[in-house]
Design a binder for this molecule. Structure first.
Ligand SMILES: [Zn+2]
Length: 254
C-alpha cells in the first residue's frame, strides 16, 4: 500500500506540475498534453515518467536540449512523500484521502505564490467551499472547523490592517487571509493558531537572512517574500505533529 501511495503520489505530482505552470497563465490543464516549455515539442509518454524520465534525460529536453527545471522532479517527490507520510499518519481512511488532496492544493499554492506572488481564489475560496462538507471525514469537529474559518480570516485581516495602520504600507495580501481561512476549515481553530505561530517562526528564520542578503527595492528591508508557502508549511506541520508539539510545549511550560 505504501508503494502504491508513492507511485500514485509521483504521477499526481506530475499533474500538479502542470497545474502550477498552466493555471496562473490561464491555460487549460487538460489540453494539450505536456510539452517542452521552450521548444513546444509534445513530451512522449516514455519521457513523461515522473522523476525517472528526468534522470534518464539528464534534466534536458530530448529535442532542444534546454534544461528542465529541477522543480519538476522535486514537486513529484514532494507529492509522493506527502502521500506516503499521510498514509502512515491516518492509515487507509477517508481522512487520508481528504488530507492528501488538501496537501496537493497547498503544494500548488506554494509554487504559484513563489512564482507570481498570488494565491488563486479557486484554491483558497474553492477549498473552503469544497472543504466544509469534507470536514465530516476529518478528525476535526464542525464547530472547530467553522471557528477556524472565522479565526483564520479574521486574524490575518487584523494583522494586515494593524500593519497598514502602523506603517501605511501593505504587508501581506488578501490572498494570505483567504488561505488561512481555508486552512482553518481543515485544521480547526487550533490549527490556525499553530499555523500562524509556526509560519511566523519559520518565516523569520528563513525570511530574515533572505531579506538581509537580497535587499528590497530602493535598498529598503522590505523585499517581497510570499507568505503563502510558510502558511502551507505551518499547516502541514500541524496535521503531522501539531498535537504532539502543543502537548510538548505546554508540558515544557509546566
Ligand atoms: Zn524542448
Amino acid at each position: 500500500m505504501v508503494f502504491l501511495a508513492a507511485v500514485l503520489g509521483l504521477f499526481i505530482g506530475s499533474f500538479l506540475n502542470v497545474c502550477i505552470y498552466r493555471i496562473p497563465r490561464g491555460e487549460s490543464i487538460i489540453w494539450p498534453g505536456s510539452r517542452c516549455t521552450k521548444c513546444g515539442t509534445p513530451v512522449k509518454a516514455r519521457d513523461n515518467i515522473p522523476v525517472i524520465s528526468y534522470l534518464v534525460l539528464g534534466g534536458k529536453c530530448r529535442f532542444c536540449a534546454e534544461p528542465i527545471a529541477v522543480r519538476y522532479p522535486v514537486v513529484e517527490l514532494l507529492s509522493a512523500l506527502l502521500a506516503v507520510s499521510l498514509l502512515y499518519r491516518f492509515g487507509p481512511t477517508p481522512a487520508f484521502a481528504v488530507y492528501y488532496a488538501w496537501a496537493c492544493v497547498l503544494l500548488v499554492i506554494t509554487f504559484i505564490d513563489l512564482d507570481f506572488q498570488v494565491i488563486p481564489d479557486r484554491f483558497s475560496l474553492g477549498g473552503i467551499v469544497v472543504g466544509l462538507p469534507l470536514v465530516y471525514f476529518l478528525p476535526v469537529t464542525y464547530r472547530d472547523a467553522l471557528m477556524g474559518l472565522v479565526l483564520g480570516g479574521g486574524m490575518l485581516m487584523a494583522i494586515i490592517y494593524g500593519y497598514y495602520f502602523l506603517t501605511k504600507k501593505e504587508g501581506m495580501g488578501g490572498g494570505d487571509v483567504k488561505l488561512l481561512a481555508m486552512i482553518g476549515v481543515f485544521t480547526g481553530w487550533q490549527g490556525v493558531l499553530f499555523t500562524v505561530f509556526a509560519s511566523s517562526l519559520i518565516g523569520t528564520l528563513i525570511g530574515l537572512p533572505w531579506v538581509l542578503l537580497k535587499k528590497g527595492p530602493e535598498g529598503t528591508l522590505k523585499a517581497a517574500i510570499p507568505f503563502g508557502p510558510f502558511l502551507a508549511l505551518g499547516a502541514l506541520i500541524y496535521v503531522f505533529w501539531g498535537q504532539l508539539l502543543i502537548g510538548w510545549y505546554f508540558g515544557f511550560l509546566g
